[in-house]
Each structure stands twice: as C-alpha cells, then as structure tokens.
Design a protein around this ligand. Structure first.
Ligand SMILES: C[S@@+](CC[C@H](N)C(=O)[O-])C[C@H]1O[C@@H](n2cnc3c(N)ncnc32)[C@H](O)[C@@H]1O
Length: 324
C-alpha cells in the first residue's frame, strides 16, 4: 500500500528487498524517519545518554558569533543549505543569531522525510517570518547536482548531527568529493562529527535505559509492515547496540529472537530469520582530529576552523574548498 507521504516507496521496496536478501541482512537507516520515527528521534535527542545533540547545541549557543564571523568572512549575504535537517532545532540557534546580526540569508533544506520537512517548515516560518525558506524532499545523494544552479550568492552547506557517521569511509569520501564538485571556491561546508571518547559513554547513547532507541529501530519494521504490506511480529525482534573501539564505531542491530518467516507483499518475498540472527541497522563512526583532517584533505577541502564543546566530545568542522 503506497503512503502519500512516501515518495521514495519504490526505492524503499527495492532497498528493503536488497537488504534482507543480503548476508548478513541489513536495513538502511535513511528510512527511520516516517512520522513516528521523526517523533521518536526528537525524543532520543532529549535523552540524557544521547549527548550528541546537547554538545552540538552547546557549540552553537556558546560560539554563535565566532561561527557567524567564520561563515560571513566579511560578506553578510549567503545561502544556508542543510542536508538532512531533521527538526532543525540546532540550526534555529544559528539562524536566530544571524538574523539579529542583520545577515542577508536564505535557508533551504533537503530531506528524505516529508514529515521532518513539514515540522521544520512550520517551526521556521513561525519563528523567522522574514526568512526565505525552501524545502526539498529527496535523497541528498541524488540531488546534489541541483546545488550547482547558483543563486549568485555564496553557499554554506550544513551537514549536522554527525549524520556522516552512518557512512563508511569510502562513502564519506565519495560524498564529500561530490559536494566539492558543486561548490565554488568561496563556498563553505560545515559538518558535525562525533569524537572518540569513553566507550561506555558512546554505547549508552545507542542503548538508552528508557528503551527509546530500541523503539526507534523497531519502528522501521512497523513502517515496512504498513507501507510494504509485511507481517513482521515486532515482539519477536530486539534491539542490540555495541561499540567497537578498534574501528571506533557504534553499531545497532535488530535480533530475531526465534526462527521465523516474514512475508513482504510489496516485493512478494518471504524472508527466513534464524534464531538470534542479526539485521544490521546502522553504524555511527566516531572520529579523531587526524581522521577529520584526512577526510577533508583527501576529498579536496582544507579545514578553516574547528569548534568544540566544553568536554571535547564533539566537533563542528568548517571546511573550505582547497585551491590547487
Ligand atoms: C539523525 S537525523 C539528524 C537531523 C539533524 N541533522 C540534526 O543534527 O539534528 C537525520 C536526518 O537526515 C535525513 N536523512 C537521512 N538520510 C538521508 C538521505 N539519504 N537523504 C536525505 N535526507 C536524509 C532524515 O530524514 C533525518 O531528518
């Protein structure tokens, strides 16, 4: 059954089919954000264990003026373009300050979740009535080319919340190089990255005591049931998260608690799950400064300035295109 809020349904079905036919089985985290997923992620961002949002919020609140000066670089007119903005709460802190500095800014965002775009649009329109806002529904990997169409103003691309942590190193480099291709030399890229720290702190962030992250992961099975007409029995799966300190990455899985079959009508396939079989859901890479520098350099950027929170848990890194 096609949901009117899911323009990517065909791709969704194809991706689910590919993921559940692979060994090991996997599901793509980009489909977490239906209505309920968007709501649950807002709950996650408020959890005591999920330090990432608080750290980035602290950086934006305490260093807004330094960020503004680095963005403006003497030119107060620029377009902010955010990739995967979610509900935009942290971005609102920056926009509020920029507008108070009488910056001439326009804001646009690309998100795969129409629900997230609707919530952001309502929030920004009422908080910033004079701000020019454009929302675009789609996969940011697919619509990067459209960023080339220049408004004649400088672009500052925002990629916050350590979203990049969900990509492998190769995917990250590929993504950054594609971004670099659509940027002019005076454009900037502002990216949030979660830093390496006490592994206990990290693993707790993906396995909170209240079980909200578990609900968030399991919600993707509900979405598949609803949108792809499947018969997952949610109670027969459990959430499991771990952190691998050598690779510096957290991983989350859904574990089948018994041997079972699941039928997905939209792809007309039955999938067999062994008892304790894991479905890989998401990776969240953690970085050190050398890794960040290497990623920037290898994809054609140079770091202009790094911003850290007071605990050095998190880094918002501002990159400019390297001129060869
Ligand atoms: C973890 S949330 C982070 C939101 C925000 N950047 C923050 O820091 O709070 C990820 C957001 O990116 C969107 N998203 C994930 N993968 C995407 C993709 N491939 N293309 C477009 N949007 C995507 C999701 O819908 C969601 O709104």
């Amino acid at each position: 059954m096609q949901s009117s809020t899911t323009p990517e349904l065909t791709t969704f079905a194809e991706d689910v089919l590919r993921g559940l036919s692979s060994t090991p089985k996997s599901l793509s985290s980009k489909y977490f954000y239906d209505d309920e997923g968007t709501r649950l992620f807002q709950e996650i961002m408020k959890l005591p264990e999920y330090y990432l949002t608080g750290c980035e919020h602290e950086i934006f609140s305490m260093q807004t003026d330094a960020i503004f000066r680095a963005f403006a670089n003497g030119d107060r007119a620029f377009d902010l373009i955010e990739l995967g903005a979610g509900d935009g709460t942290k971005t609102a802190v920056l926009i509020d300050h920029f507008l108070k500095q009488e910056a001439d800014i326009a804001y646009s965002t690309i998100d795969i979740s129409q629900e997230a775009l609707d919530a952001l649009s309502a929030k920004f329109t009422s908080a910033f009535p004079s701000l020019k806002i454009e929302t675009r529904n789609g996969d940011y990997f697919r619509i990067l080319e459209s960023l080339k169409k220049s408004s004649g103003r400088r672009k500052i691309l925002l990629f916050l919340g350590s979203n990049i942590g969900n990509f492998s190193r190769e995917q990250s480099l590929d993504f950054f190089r594609n971004l670099r291709r659509v940027m002019n030399t005076d454009d900037l890229f502002f990216i949030g990255l979660d830093l390496q720290k006490d592994p206990h702190v990290i693993v707790d962030a993906y396995d909170d005591a209240a079980g909200v992250t578990a609900k968030f992961n399991l919600n993707l099975l509900r979405r598949i049931n609803r949108e792809l007409d499947a018969d997952f029995d949610i109670d027969k799966f459990m959430h499991y998260a771990n952190y691998r300190p050598i690779e510096a990455s957290a991983r989350s899985f859904l574990i089948s608690q018994e041997r079972q079959s699941v039928y997905i009508k939209a792809v007309d396939r039955t999938f067999e799950f062994e008892q304790w079989e894991a479905v890989f859901m998401e990776m969240s890479q953690k970085y050190n400064l050398k890794m960040i520098d290497d990623l920037a350099t290898e994809s054609g950027f140079a770091i202009k300035q790094n911003f850290f929170d007071s605990r050095n848990y998190y880094c918002d890194s501002l990159w400019r295109p390297a001129v060869s």
